[in-house]
Design a protein around this ligand. Structure first.
Ligand SMILES: Cc1cc2nc3c(=O)[nH]c(=O)nc-3n(C[C@H](O)[C@H](O)[C@H](O)COP(=O)(O)O)c2cc1C
Length: 222
């Protein structure tokens, strides 16, 4: 992410980090440390990716938040789909105005939440086999926290991925899951789990499905 950090180095390091992180995530998920984790109160930030208020991703996020709050965690939900956040300009003027980014938009409300978060949960509808553009624009704006010249980084250590889509098949989410795997690996965030709600298209269709109970459980065990 800087002049001397070649693309090849970046790709091989992020691949290696992703593999180590994936292994660590798998081991910890099966390691029976849920009790110890629950004792630790975290700031959890959920980034949702739909403009549809009360839609399926909002319901997934709500169920997860309910479980996490029940377990004693502090939870913020930021609706990227209803905020106005432009993508990164790649202008390299991060931090020059004192804030992470020189653009003035709703990212000004998001970055303080990002900086206090211990865990980041991505919760998006599947749009063209990926996360939504709304969510992706917000993710692109994490760039100031990944440059070599950054004055500070995020304290996020863990992440989760929750998604919903019309498709009947979990494999339809594979592209988004792979981007998430690479990203968490690069940032050194532990993957704490993924949940894909298939066969939901209409607004609120996921209500009453067992997948909401799963999301709530993931929140309780976060
Ligand atoms: C622009 C757009 C693209 C979509 N692309 C896909 C897709 O690639 N695969 C899929 O299974 N569903 C796709 N869908 C359906 C949504 O993922 C589905 O309706 C989802 O439940 C919406 O979540 P929401 O209620 O939180 O907005 C798409 C919907 C829209 C509006």
């Amino acid at each position: 992410m800087n002049d001397v950090f070649s693309r090849r180095t970046f790709l091989s390091l992020s691949g290696l980090a992703a593999a180590v992180s994936a292994l660590a995530g798998t081991l910890s998920w099966q390691g029976g440390t849920a009790k110890a984790r629950a004792a630790e109160k975290k700031h959890i930030l959920i980034l949702t990716g739909s403009a549809r208020e009360g839609g399926n991703s909002d319901l997934l996020a709500g169920a997860f938040a309910r479980g996490a709050r029940e377990a004693g965690h502090a939870v913020d939900i930021f609706a990227c789909g209803r905020a106005h956040i432009r993508s990164c300009l790649g202008c390299e003027r991060c931090w020059t105005g004192g804030a992470p980014c020189i653009q003035k938009d709703d990212f000004d409300e998001l970055w303080p939440l990002l900086e206090q978060a211990d865990m980041l949960v991505f919760c998006s509808p599947l749009y063209w086999y990926n996360v939504s553009g709304h969510l992706k624009c917000a993710v692109d704006r994490l760039y100031p926290y990944s440059k070599k010249t950054k004055p500070r980084d995020l304290k996020i250590r863990e992440a989760m991925l929750l998604m919903c889509g019309e498709s009947w098949f979990e494999k339809s989410f594979a592209g988004a899951a792979e981007a998430y795997r690479q990203m968490t690996g690069y940032k050194g965030w532990k993957d704490r789990g993924r949940l894909f709600a298939t066969r939901v298209f209409d607004k609120g269709e996921v209500a009453g499905s067992s997948v909401l109970a799963k999301a709530e459980k993931m929140g309780r065990e976060a």
